[in-house]
Structures are given as structure tokens and as C-alpha cells.
Write a protein that binds this ligand. Structure first.
Ligand code: GN1
Ligand code: MG
Length: 368
């Protein structure tokens, strides 16, 4: 039973009240996450999030925790200066009994933070307004970190969005074929090979000095921003483990990839997958409304390239993991990484049909 299995971990954090319940939250593909409920003396309940960090993916958990602590303190201070109550607006990490950010036991690394009450991490859009708000939320996050000193951050996953390096890794996996799956995915491999050059375009633009590096979130799925259950507003950006120097195109692009899709990221009926252009415009409006004064015209112009590259990158990453024998992403069923690959491939094809329309739309915002 989960309650007992993690009791020793819970008891090592400075949670208020008495530990009464634990529930696993299964939306994430990397870390293992629990909602912990505690009862205070007055009978009220206080909830927390407890996570076991996947150290196969995040090899420097101490560096990671220093990152997320510094970033969240910076955001909390920014909100304070603006006179905004930060209680539900930013994660706060809970210390262990010996005043650390991590509890290490049996080689596992655990950390905990506040639970954002009366808000939901949506896995799909039920109300279009939520996606406009998600745009504002991720835009604000970007804006609040505008003056954050990037040299304070360690790269928690080196070359995370370096699509050129990822392509090299992919080719090595194809050559090694460790799980004997390459012959069955020829079509998907060819699809990527045809697009190799364009997939490196953001890296090229950064290297050429045409796009600046900023402190970015790098994992802006819809379910990484909490939406208020009552007002529908974005309250808090979560899942900060990949906050690192990056391009704003990554944050914008990954959010469009996930949220403007008419189906789930891992939909196996690919006929359901498409780009909802209304949602695309809503997110873009929300995001740009927050970051317009911070971004360069070039960055705004290239936003749709971000959506294209992030989708292509996920085709590449899911396929690489399928070929490698499912060693990176948690899978919920056999063949899950291949289903994800095919779903993202279909999404990219649909995005290509709308690409010119997407560019025309963002360009119209530059002159506004
Ligand atoms: C992972 O942890 P989660 O589920 O929010 C992954 C992202 C992928 C995403 C695809 C550290 O995000 O990069 O885009 O799955 N995170 C990491 O669903 O690799
Ligand atoms: Mg997540």
C-alpha cells in the first residue's frame, strides 16, 4: 500500500499535521509523484506534492534542486514587489527534518512542495479560455525570469533541446538497433531523415546570434500550468526541473504542440489528430500579450518554427526511445512509444499544412 511504502519518506519532511493519506498522480512521464494529505490539530487538511526524482534522467538532483529553489524564490520575490500574493502562484519547496531540499534514502532522491489547491493541471482543453490563460501563464513565467541570472543555473539535462545532438543520438540508436525494432519503423525513420535539416534550425539561429538564449521552462505541456477551478485563470507553472537557458521558441512551441492538438499526445487513432487553429491563436495571443515587450521581433516571427521543431523533436525522442527498448519515458502499455511517435508524426504533418497560416498570424502581431 502506497501509504505505508512512503511513510518513512513523508516523516522526513517538515509537513504540518499528521500524515493521513497518499495518492499517486500519474500524468508525468518522468518522475513519480504523490499527493500527500495531512491533518492539522484543528481538523483542517493540508496537502503536499511529494516526488521521487528520476535520476536516470536527472543525473544531478542536488544541482536540480538548487535551480528550482533559486527560480521559485526569484519568482516569489518578483510577485512580492508587484504586491501579488504568491501563496498559490509559485511552488515552495518543503525542507527535510535536517533542513535539506532532498531526502535521500536507498539511493532514491525525494523532494516535496506545496499543493496548489482549487486548481487543475488539465491534460486536454475543455474550455478554450484555459489555453489563452495557459499562454499568459507561461508568458508570465518567461517574463518573471527575464532578469534571472542564467549563470546561476546548472544544465539539468545537457543539450535538452539540441535537436542536432539528438539527431546524432538517434542515428546511433538506429545503427545499433538494441531492441531489434528498427526494421519495423522504417517509415518513421525516413520521415525524420527527410526533415533533419529543418530540425536543426533553432540551434543554427542561436549559434548565428539571431535568437537570444534566455532562462526558459523547456517543458511547457498544458498539464504543467495549474488553472484555477473557479476563475479559469492560470495560477502557477509547475514541473520546473528543466528550467535552463534555452530559446523562447521551445516554451511557446512545446505548448502549441501539446495543447493545440485536437487529440491526445498519444492518441492511437491518428485520424483524430490535427491542429486546432482557434486554440493556436488563443495561446499565441495570451503568450504574446505577456512577453511582447521582452521578445525581439525575430523571436516572435519564428514562434511557429518553435511549434514545428518541438513536435519533430518529440517524434525523434519517442522513436529513439522505442528503438532503444523503452528506457527513458515511462510507458503505460506495450508499444506506447511507437504510438506516441506515430501520433506526433501525424501532428507534424498537420502542422505543415497550417504552417504559412501560423507564420502570417504571428507576423500580424508584430506590427500591432
Ligand atoms: C516529459 O515530465 P513530463 O511528463 O512533464 C519530458 C518532456 C516531454 C514530455 C512528453 C524531462 O515531460 O520533455 O516533452 O514528457 N520531460 C523530460 O510528454 O524529458
Ligand atoms: Mg509534467
Amino acid at each position: 500500500m502506497i501509504y505505508n511504502e512512503i511513510k518513512h519518506v513523508v516523516e522526513n519532511f517538515r509537513f504540518e499535521g499528521e500524515y493521513i493519506a497518499a495518492e499517486e498522480l500519474t500524468a508525468g512521464n518522468i518522475n513519480t509523484t504523490y499527493k500527500i494529505s495531512c491533518k492539522r490539530d484543528d481538523g483542517s487538511i493540508i496537502n503536499y506534492v511529494l516526488q521521487r526524482i528520476n535520476t536516470n534522467v536527472f543525473k544531478d538532483p542536488e544541482g536540480l534542486m538548487n535551480n528550482v529553489e533559486a527560480v521559485t524564490v526569484h519568482i516569489a520575490n518578483t510577485l512580492k514587489e508587484k504586491g501579488i500574493d504568491s501563496t498559490r502562484r509559485v511552488l515552495r519547496f518543503i525542507r527535510t527534518l535536517d533542513d535539506k531540499l532532498l531526502y535521500v534514502s536507498d539511493g532514491y532522491h525525494w523532494r516535496a512542495d506545496n499543493f496548489i489547491e482549487e486548481a487543475t493541471a488539465h491534460n486536454s482543453i475543455t474550455d478554450p479560455k484555459h489555453f489563452y490563460e495557459a499562454g499568459r501563464g507561461f508568458g508570465q513565467f518567461q517574463k518573471y525570469l527575464f532578469d534571472f541570472p542564467a549563470d546561476k543555473l546548472v544544465e539539468t539535462i545537457p543539450n535538452f533541446h539540441n535537436t542536432k545532438k539528438r539527431f546524432e543520438t538517434f542515428k546511433k540508436s538506429v545503427a545499433a538497433d538494441p531492441a531489434g525494432r528498427v526494421a519495423s519503423v522504417k517509415e518513421e525513420i525516413d520521415f525524420l531523415l527527410e526533415r533533419e535539416e529543418k530540425m536543426g534550425k533553432i540551434v543554427d539561429l542561436i549559434e548565428a546570434g539571431e535568437l537570444p538564449l534566455r532562462v526558459t521552462h523547456n517543458d511547457t505541456k498544458l498539464n504543467n500550468v495549474m488553472i484555477d477551478d473557479v476563475t479559469g485563470e492560470a495560477v502557477c507553472v509547475i514541473d520546473l526541473d528543466t528550467v535552463m537557458p534555452g530559446s523562447v521558441l521551445y516554451d511557446y512551441g512545446d505548448a502549441i504542440r501539446f495543447g493545440a492538438n485536437t487529440a491526445a499526445e498519444d492518441e492511437d487513432d491518428t485520424s483524430l489528430i490535427g491542429v486546432n487553429m482557434e486554440l493556436f491563436r488563443l495561446f499565441t495571443d495570451g503568450f504574446v500579450s505577456e512577453v511582447k515587450d521582452v521578445l525581439t521581433e525575430n523571436e516572435i516571427h519564428y514562434l511557429p518554427l518553435g511549434a514545428w521543431v518541438m513536435t519533430a523533436e518529440l517524434v525523434l525522442r519517442f522513436l529513439t526511445d522505442y528503438i532503444d527498448g523503452d528506457v527513458y519515458f515511462k510507458i503505460k502499455k506495450p508499444g506506447h512509444n511507437l504510438i506516441r511517435t506515430r501520433a506526433q508524426k501525424k501532428l507534424l504533418e498537420e502542422m505543415e499544412k497550417h504552417y504559412d497560416e501560423m507564420v502570417a498570424y504571428v507576423d500580424s502581431l508584430i506590427t500591432k
